[in-house]
Design a protein around this ligand. Structure first.
Ligand SMILES: *Cc1c(COP(=O)(O)O)cnc(C)c1O
Length: 471
């Protein structure tokens, strides 16, 4: 079957007839037709009409090294030729799986010397649930089963991943969360603590710092409510990604760490988005100053060129599982897939060789922050947050009070539509517009992205003014 020479209408008809997309209203999409993406290079995509689009979302937060990197393509091709598949079940292993495990131990924080591979971030979090419960079981505390997570967290879409996540829309379908997973409120200052008065920069900083401690105290309250001897672990994203690039106050994570330590609870960092340089550090926990016992990774480990995920297992857990655990009855056909691992190795070596993490930390992150801070002057913008190469702008009806637009206006979706129409991919989470561009973006390309973004904000403002949605 020819997969290159159909018209856009032909693609859309076949798509609507057969393909159920993730997180999609099937009927509504079939009526509109999908946008069909046909090729990519560096930070740009092209659709089936030949339109060029700046991909400010790195695909789905994953194409950290940008599109078209020959080293990754060569690694996959070579491995496909040599050994396209073998498993790690029957006391076997493959060179790429072993070497990637070694390399991950090198680039992750020092407590991590072991890895368990999965095929995705969701599967990685399923492994987390089984592993932390197994850990307490082996230690003779099988009643420690509860995992505490947060509202508006995203940890994937399998039964366990969606249960760990705090998305009410996901819980509403399929009888979730599964037992033994509970949620506390998220550290989202703008929504939960900003209030309705305009704040000086100093007052805002003080308010954010105080809120960070308060949000962490909700963990301690929940532990005490459940009983510490029933709690297995706490899990969180360093920065909530799909929830809207919610950057916690700097006071938050050290306090979370203190509370986990106090009650002897395992601390799990879901680094699926924040890992591999996104925050200007190799891992988000290093940016926020905490020391997790376990870390989930996926996305950036292969820059999305091929599916791969897994769990970094810290010394505390690894020692127990290895020395006393016996057989761990868990694993996936594609755990340690040789082609995926070969691409992972090439990807990490490229990140090292090109100093991508340092570039985000020293140059691109601060450059992006400067430009985003300037967006705060825009009449629609109520809050700006950046962390490395991820950023958010919150669209509001009234800048002074922070009052939101009526939800039925769907201003974020409107803004996203203008972005799509003007050659920019930006995501809308409610009225919060977010980006996470490839780490290979240049300063000139950041300028280009910001110009597109300003144009789309202005078009959105014009809509809001014309329709009388503003204050
Ligand atoms: C994307 C994501 C996941 C799920 O990863 P999949 O590969 O889609 O299963 C888990 N956690 C976080 C933080 C994510 O952003």
């Amino acid at each position: 079957m020819n997969t290159t020479q159909r018209s856009t209408q032909e693609w859309q008809a076949a798509d609507a007839a057969h393909y159920l997309h993730p997180f999609t209203d099937f009927k509504s999409l079939a009526g509109k037709g999908s946008r069909v993406i046909t090729k990519a290079e560096n930070i740009y995509l092209w659709d089936s009409d030949g339109a060029k689009i700046l991909d400010a979302m790195s695909g789905l937060w994953c194409v950290n090294v940008g599109y078209g990197q020959q080293a990754l393509i060569d690694a996959a091709t070579k491995q496909l030729t040599t050994l396209p598949f073998y498993n790690s079940f029957f006391q076997t292993a493959t060179p790429p799986a072993i070497e990637l495990a070694e390399l991950l131990a090198e680039v992750t924080p020092p407590q991590f010397q072991h890895v368990f591979f999965s095929g995705s971030g969701s599967e990685g979090n399923d492994t987390i649930v089984r592993m932390v419960r197994r850990y307490w079981d082996v230690l003779g505390q099988p009643e420690r089963t509860v995992i505490i997570s947060r509202n508006n967290a995203y940890h994937g879409s399998t039964m366990a991943g969606a249960s760990l996540g705090g998305m009410s829309g996901m819980h509403a379908q399929g009888g979730l969360p599964i037992p033994g997973i509970v949620h506390i409120e998220q550290p989202f200052w703008f929504e939960l603590a900003r209030g309705t008065e305009a704040l000086s920069p100093e007052a805002e900083k003080a308010s954010r710092d105080a809120f960070g401690l308060k949000a962490a105290s909700w963990l301690e309250a929940k532990i005490l409510e459940i009983g510490a001897d029933k709690v297995a672990a706490f899990i969180g994203e360093p920065v909530q990604g799909a929830g809207g690039v919610i950057v916690p106050p700097d006071t938050y994570w050290p306090e979370i760490q203190r509370i986990c330590d106090k009650y002897n609870i395992l601390l799990v960092s879901d680094e699926v988005i924040c890992g591999f340089g996104r925050t200007g550090h190799w891992f988000g926990c290093e940016r926020f100053g905490y020391t997790p016992d376990l870390m989930t990774f996926a996305k950036g480990v292969t820059s999305g060129y091929i599916p791969l995920g897994g769990v970094m297992v810290g010394k505390r857990v690894a020692d127990v599982l290895i020395e006393q655990g016996g057989e761990f009855n868990h694993g996936y056909t594609y755990s340690g897939h040789p082609v995926a691992c070969a691409v992972g190795i090439a990807n990490i070596k490229l990140i090292q060789r090109e100093h991508l993490v340092e570039n985000v930390h020293d140059d691109l992150g601060p450059y992006l922050a400067k430009h985003f801070t300037a967006l705060a002057e825009h009449p629609l913008v109520g809050e700006v947050q950046t962390c490395g190469l991820m950023a958010a702008v919150q669209l509001v009806k009234d800048k002074a009070t922070g009052a939101p637009f009526a939800p039925e206006v769907e201003l974020g979706m409107l803004c996203r539509g203008h972005c799509f129409g003007n050659g920019l991919i930006m995501r809308a989470v409610g009225d919060r517009m977010i980006i996470a561009p490839p780490l290979v973006i240049t300063r000139a390309q950041i300028d280009e992205m910001m110009a597109l973004m300003r144009r789309c904000l202005d078009l959105t403002l014009a809509d809001a003014t014309r329709n009388g949605w503003l204050r």
